[in-house]
Design a protein around this ligand. Structure first.
Ligand SMILES: Nc1nc2c(ncn2[C@@H]2O[C@H](COP(=O)(O)OP(=O)(O)O)[C@@H](O)[C@H]2O)c(=O)[nH]1
Ligand SMILES: [Mg+2]
Length: 261
């Protein structure tokens, strides 16, 4: 396996995963790196990039629907499991991406990628352990304390499935005004401000339950660093790259460190 590293882009439907894959690839190429996108979403109708490998060439949702008499949702679940049978072929195609940063676009429904047992195997096998994940949350939803917290909890539960570094990013921040951005920044830096805002929003119903959630937040430090992104405006990409570079090459901006001698 000769790629520099792989970045798996996950998150709920519509948070901008495919858009991010497209624009982050372009950005990496502008910085002089070799970068490519692999589409792992068999249900994608349209993808906004030219994929190096496209799972739709191997797996057809409509064929699965016919073969197993399933609707589109059931077929997506079967497809997620069938991907494993094509691992060898995918790995072979990846061999060609020497010294590449490879970005993996994942299915729109977050649970298909994050909670199917095969996904961890897939990540382990095709990245040879050299993997990172980024979870994209939606900026508009993150404007309310409950939206922010619930997306972070989802991030936490995805993180619990994969033993790889995982970034929490809010995408589409171009849609937020300065006040909203400032609130989120404060919630991030001071859990008490988040707690106050959340309890005000929750109207103190089920107070004990919510306190417990907030306590968990503090103790398992789900509040790691926050990445603000706009896939549309290519904003915030340096920070994501800095983490990738740190993890994959120890911070050296070079594509040679992981070559087998
Ligand atoms: N304003 C804004 N819209 C975005 C951004 N990223 C994605 N979108 C839009 O959000 C919608 C869903 O994006 P898509 O990449 O298909 O989401 P996916 O389901 O997570 O792959 C599309 O209409 C995108 O144009 C962003 O950074 N800013
Ligand atoms: Mg998509």
């Amino acid at each position: 396996m000769k790629m520099i590293g792989s970045l798996f882009v996950t998150g709920p439907a519509g948070t901008g995963k495919s858009t991010f894959c497209a624009s982050f690839k372009d950005w990496l190429q502008e910085q002089g790196f070799d970068a490519g996108v692999v589409n792992l979403d068999p249900g994608a109708e349209m993808i906004p990039y030219e994929a190096e490998i496209d799972i739709r060439d191997y797996i057809s949702i409509t064929e699965i629907m016919e073969q197993y008499s399933l609707g589109p949702n059931g077929a997506q679940v079967v497809a997620a499991d069938l991907i494993l049978e094509r691992l060898d072929e995918i790995k072979e195609s990846l061999e060609e991406l020497q010294d590449y940063y490879v970005i993996f676009d994942t299915p729109g429904q977050v649970e298909l990628f994050s909670f199917r047992p095969g996904s961890k195997i897939l990540v382990d096998q095709i990245s040879d352990g050299r993997a990172m994940l980024i979870f994209l949350a939606d900026a508009v939803l993150a404007k309310s304390p409950s939206g922010y917290i619930s997306q972070k909890m989802l991030y936490g539960s995805v993180m619990a499935r994969f033993f790889y570094p995982m970034l929490f990013a809010i995408n589409k921040i171009d849609l937020l005004d300065d006040d909203a951005l400032e609130s989120i920044r404060k919630w991030e830096s001071d859990p008490e401000i988040l707690e106050d805002a959340f309890l005000r929003e929750s109207n103190r119903i089920l107070k004990d339950y919510y306190y417990a959630i907030l306590k968990a937040f503090r103790e398992i430090s789900l509040s790691t660093r926050l990445y603000n992104l706009s896939a549309r405006e290519m904003y915030g990409f340096e920070d994501v790259y800095a983490q990738m570079s740190l993890f994959f090459t120890g911070g050296e901006d070079t594509d040679t460190l992981y070559r087998d001698d």
